[in-house]
Design a protein around this ligand. Structure first.
Ligand code: BG6
Length: 489
């Protein structure tokens, strides 16, 4: 069904995520005619009237340019507010009453989406109450959408998973990783499996290494409290970075179903070489930003930010080398790096191909460069293939680029990640959400690294300047293998 009907309950309705991403995304779906009958219940602690809530929703949409505002009143009229106490059954039964009313008023066929977009410590409690207090007793479908972080490590993720599994079976759980909603992340699969010129080369015979960079210019902003308990490893590597690795490395699925794709991704995680103990610091580099300049203005060091310990050992940058020990990838390093307060906001994947067996064109003179396939994920979206060709009078060779820029149909950006993911969830397509097995395996990979880092204070912190591409050690990580980071700027 391409025009789904549902009651959407958003827990954390006054929060940042709801305002910045969820309302604008729902509005886009609405104006594009992709929603049939629907209503939204915003759930949060503070008390608000429906009108106040609707005004907040409109305001959050209005702050996005290029959104057609003419349907805003009609859209907002479908929003209702419930002031909630997450631990109180009474409060759930009021909510249940409201849901039932809306269900019959809007004829929502008993379909329900529960979207948890608030402090993660309540995820489990809410899921349990939803079942216990009868909100999940509906005729239609019910789905639980759950934001990150999914736990803090494998142990806590298991506890959380057990709690939510008491109320929802795995196939009703939609764990968000918003990178999986990005247009060009979704394109990895298509580039690989729809092009006969790439797939035969996609292995250790022809690829020398793969580099994935996701750099940010922003610092931790007001999220110091959360970030101090997380760091870049948990915040970015456990989820987004490892998901991109899985998509790049997986075997072609038998068919494009949720189960087949997820099971191929899981197999990548299973083949990921464990890095632990004394190996951690030769495979991984951590960094923390010091002060520096961003767009010519001075910015403070991480340790000077709000809610951050002045001797903090938290990493704001991670670079690592991952090895996938299977037939396809044996010997091919996958390098990842991600950090805050770096020189550019950029997410890119560079696939570097091996060199020709013999160099006829004097590589030393810089005339021949390895073939690269660059997948631009953000801010620009596209693909660039770096080739060598002859130009002009010279008999030699020069690097040239073939580029494809992906511009949305209406010339604007392609749909936002959240818009796609919400729509997928409404239609019951869980492919671009993470299965528990993926979450568990990626936590166990990451836990080995955090264990070492938490027990060894990094004396060199801060070890990179704000506005740079990270600590020198991240360059050395590749240099010792005879590679370097291809520029992403
Ligand atoms: C989030 C992290 O998951 O991803 C943030 O918690 C980070 O710290 C963000 O800034 C990056 O997302 P994007 O889409 O801007 O690359």
């Amino acid at each position: 069904n391409n025009r789904p009907t549902a009651l959407i309950m958003i827990f954390g309705a006054t929060g940042d995520l709801a305002r910045r991403k969820l309302y604008p995304s729902l509005y886009r779906l609405f104006t594009k005619g992709k929603l049939d009958r629907f209503a939204v219940v915003g759930v949060a602690r503070r008390s608000l009237t429906n009108e106040e809530f609707q005004d907040n929703v409109k305001e959050s949409i209005g702050s996005h340019d290029h959104l057609d505002e003419s349907k805003m009143d009609e859209f907002a009229s479908k929003f209702y507010y419930h002031s909630h106490d997450v631990t109180d059954s009474e409060s759930y039964s009021v909510l249940k009453g409201l849901a039932a009313e809306l269900d019959s008023h809007y004829r929502l066929d008993g379909n329900r989406i529960f979207y948890l977009a608030m402090a993660p410590e309540f995820f489990g409690t809410i899921a349990e109450h939803l079942k216990k207090d009868g909100l999940t007793d509906v005729e239609g479908f019910k789905r639980l959408v759950i934001e990150k972080p999914f736990g803090h490590d494998l142990e806590s993720a298991k506890v959380l998973n057990r709690q939510i599994r008491k109320a929802f079976p795995e196939n009703e759980i939609y764990r968000i990783d918003h990178y999986l909603g990005k247009e060009m992340v979704q394109n990895i699969e298509v580039i690989r499996f729809a092009n006969s010129i790439f797939e035969p080369l996609w292995n250790n015979r022809f690829i020398s290494n793969i580099q994935i960079t996701s750099s940010e210019v922003l610092g931790v902003e007001e999220r110091g409290r959360y970030y101090e308990t997380s760091g870049a490893l948990r915040d970015m590597v456990q989820n987004h970075m490892l998901q991109m690795v899985a998509l790049l490395a997986m075997e072609p699925p038998i068919r494009l179903t949720t189960e087949e794709i997820r099971s191929e991704k899981v197999r990548v995680f299973r083949a990921l070489r464990t890095v632990e103990g004394s190996d951690v610091n030769s495979y991984f580099v951590r960094g923390q930003y010091g002060k520096g300049k961003i767009n010519e203005s001075d910015v403070p060091a991480y340790r000077e930010q709000e809610m951050v310990d002045e001797a903090s050992n938290t990493e704001t940058f991670v670079a690592g080398k991952l090895m996938i020990d299977n037939f396809r990838w044996a010997g091919v390093p996958f390098y990842i790096r991600t950090g805050k307060r770096m020189e550019v906001k950029s997410t890119k994947i560079v696939v570097e191909f091996k060199e020709m067996p013999m160099d006829l064109y004097n590589r030393q003179e810089g005339s021949v460069s390895p073939n690269l396939l660059v997948i631009h994920i953000q801010p620009e979206e596209g693909i660039t293939l770096h080739l060598n060709a002859k130009k002009g009078q010279h008999s030699g060779s020069t690097p040239v680029k073939l580029s494809y820029a992906n511009k949305g149909i209406d010339g604007l950006n392609t749909p936002e990640a959240y818009e796609k993911l919400l729509y997928d969830c409404l239609r019951g397509d869980a492919t671009n959400f993470t299965h528990w097995d993926e979450v568990a395996l990626s936590w166990s990979f990451v836990d080995n690294i955090s264990e070492v880092w938490e027990n060894e204070k990094e004396a060199s912190f801060p070890n990179y300047e704000s506005g740079s591409m990270g600590p020198d050690a991240a360059e050395q990580l590749l240099e010792k293998d005879g590679f370097f980071w291809w520029p992403v700027t």
